[in-house]
Design a protein around this ligand. Structure first.
Ligand code: PEP
Length: 254
């Protein structure tokens, strides 16, 4: 599958909204969020709520679903993990890879993100590779070096053809769940840096077409400003995607 059309409005529910709450969320969200063909809306519910989400959006082909994490093996004795084949079978189109909570709470390494992106692409799904620096790295002026170190090994492994299915999310760790949002200038500078790296590697035609999402304390009242920044092709929203009315406002922004 190719990357969804831009802008991409994505909600990452993390470990929130079980199946009952998921059904309740969509009953409210679908009542206030009309389908639009000028953007994509994506939800990443917890795996246990995926079936409830899929059932709820049955009449809305404009809404895509993804999973928050996968393991690269096809199956077997890996308690607690999901394979990409299972995610595809359940109806997932996208997979988050390398979210900062996976990296910094669960110790996921960049080498592991490379293997996960490979498995996701081999299954025909779209990986959303999350990259971003910690506050001490930004204070030390190392934010671009950190993001480059997370991005480069992945794009080394992804062919020109496969890059049409790639999505990048810039999520500064210090902005996730903190209420501290990157300024449009800081977000713009990093998105430009990522765009340049993609265009240098894949050429402009493909590199410029890869959606680069911003994530980190996006709310209904700051989404439009962030979306107006050059090279910000959508948003990845955590906390504010849990509220159906607030997330519907974000999906309508820009
Ligand atoms: C996220 O989980 O990807 C995220 C950006 O969280 P929040 O919007 O709550 O900062």
């Amino acid at each position: 599958m190719s990357a969804p059309i831009r802008p991409v409005m994505a909600g990452n529910w993390k470990m929130n909204h079980g199946p009952t709450e998921t059904a309740r969320f969509f009953a409210e969200f679908l009542a206030v969020s009309r389908p639009r063909d000028d953007r994509s809306v994506v939800f990443f519910p917890p795996a246990i709520s995926f079936a409830a989400a899929r059932e709820a959006i049955a009449g809305r082909p404009d809404i895509l679903l993804g999973v928050q994490n996968v393991y690269w093996e096809a199956g077997g004795a890996f308690t607690g993990e999901l394979s990409v084949g299972m995610a595809a079978d359940a109806g997932a189109s996208l997979v988050l890879v390398g979210h900062s909570e996976r990296r910094w709470v669960f110790g996921e390494t960049t080498e592991e993100t490379v293997r996960k992106v490979r498995a996701v692409l081999d299954a025909g799904l779209v990986p959303v590779l999350c990259v971003g620096e910690k506050i001490e790295e930004r204070r030390a002026g190392r934010e671009q070096a950190v993001v480059e170190a997370q991005l480069a090994p992945v794009i080394e492994d992804v062919s020109l053809d496969e890059a049409r299915s790639l999505v990048i999310a810039y999520e500064p760790v210090w902005a996730i769940g903190t209420g501290v949002v990157a300024t449009p200038a800081d977000a713009g500078a990093m998105h430009r840096f990522i765009r340049r790296a993609l265009a240098e590697h894949y050429g402009h035609e493909t590199g410029d077409a890869i959606p680069i999402l911003y994530g980190g304390s996006v709310k209904p009242d700051n989404a439009a400003e962030l979306l107006s920044v050059d090279d910000v092709d959508g948003v990845l929203v955590g906390g504010a995607s849990l509220d159906p009315h607030g997330f519907a406002r974000i999906c309508a922004a820009g």
